[in-house]
Design a protein around this ligand. Structure first.
Ligand code: AMP
Length: 249
């Protein structure tokens, strides 16, 4: 069966982001970009399913600028077989991305669709859920284990206070949580091989999707600076400060 994995190009998680002076967004000039970490986990899971003989082909898709080819090539170096870049310089928004993914699902007919639980740039946590609704199929979100048994997929989900296991008839959506797996590093020969793997370039219009955003960003501001801490000399002093200054006990 075929697996489709959606990967987003985002600012690398090690970068300390700076907000643009005009507060319209984050400054991306000379900033290191990477695959969204949760998407990397999604690619790794698809590769493991292929290694187990469950999946026979892995298709990676990204919606974004031409430069997102870098992240697509990295996903293919990890083990994806081929890829589709839906090229656009517009901020498409989650619903637009979900509609494009629906178009790709219709064309490719994958049985398993893997996404990250969230992209670490906008922390939306909604594209997988929207795609499941558009497709009318089940979703196993925040997955920490995925087991495919015939035409059913069992997904263990990380929920408040524990784990929940759901059974989903295929095709179905999985969104990955941090503990699902630890992605491998791409070996040099695989990085070289990935350069030759097929990469199709499409546009949102190819899937009949209007990319006009449904959400307008009014302002982006950095989080408030944390105040410096202080050192206390004794437990008594700590208790005194908690009681009389912070007034938390
Ligand atoms: P979000 O709902 O934006 O937090 O993103 C959740 C997941 O949806 C990501 O981890 C990706 O798997 C997928 N996704 C979101 N935006 C894109 C995009 N532009 N291209 C490909 N996949 C995306």
């Amino acid at each position: 069966m075929k697996a489709l994995v959606a990967v987003k190009r985002v600012v690398d998680y090690n970068v300390k982001v700076r907000v643009k002076a005009d507060q319209t967004g984050v400054d991306l000039t000379n900033v290191k970009m990477s695959i969204n970490p949760f998407c990397e986990i999604a690619v790794e899971e698809a590769v493991r399913l292929k290694e187990k003989g469950v999946v026979t082909e892995i298709v990676v898709v990204s919606v974004g600028p031409a430069a997102a080819q870098e992240q697509i090539r990295s996903a293919m170096a990890l083990g994806a077989d081929r890829s589709i870049l839906v090229q656009t310089d517009d901020a498409v928004g989650s619903l637009g991305v979900a509609k494009i993914l629906k178009g790709i699902v219709d064309a490719e007919q994958p049985q398993i669709i893997l996404l990250g639980k969230q992209a670490i740039d906008d922390d939306n946590n909604q594209t997988g859920q929207m795609l499941a609704a558009l497709m009318g199929v089940g979703q196993g979100t925040f997955a920490s284990e995925v087991v495919v048994e015939g035409t059913t997929m069992k997904v263990t989900r990380e929920i408040d206070g524990g784990l929940q296991t759901v059974a989903l008839p295929l095709p179905a959506i999985v969104t990955t949580d941090l503990r699902l797996n630890e992605p491998r590093y791409a070996a040099l020969p695989n990085i070289m091989k990935a350069r030759k793997k097929p990469l199709d370039t499409k546009t949102p219009a190819d899937y009949g999707v209007d990319t006009t955003p449904k959400v307008k960003t009014l302002k982006v501001t950095p989080p408030a600076e944390r105040k410096a801490g202080i050192k206390v000399k004794s437990v008594d002093e700590l208790l005194d400060k908690l009681k009389n200054e912070a007034k938390v006990i």
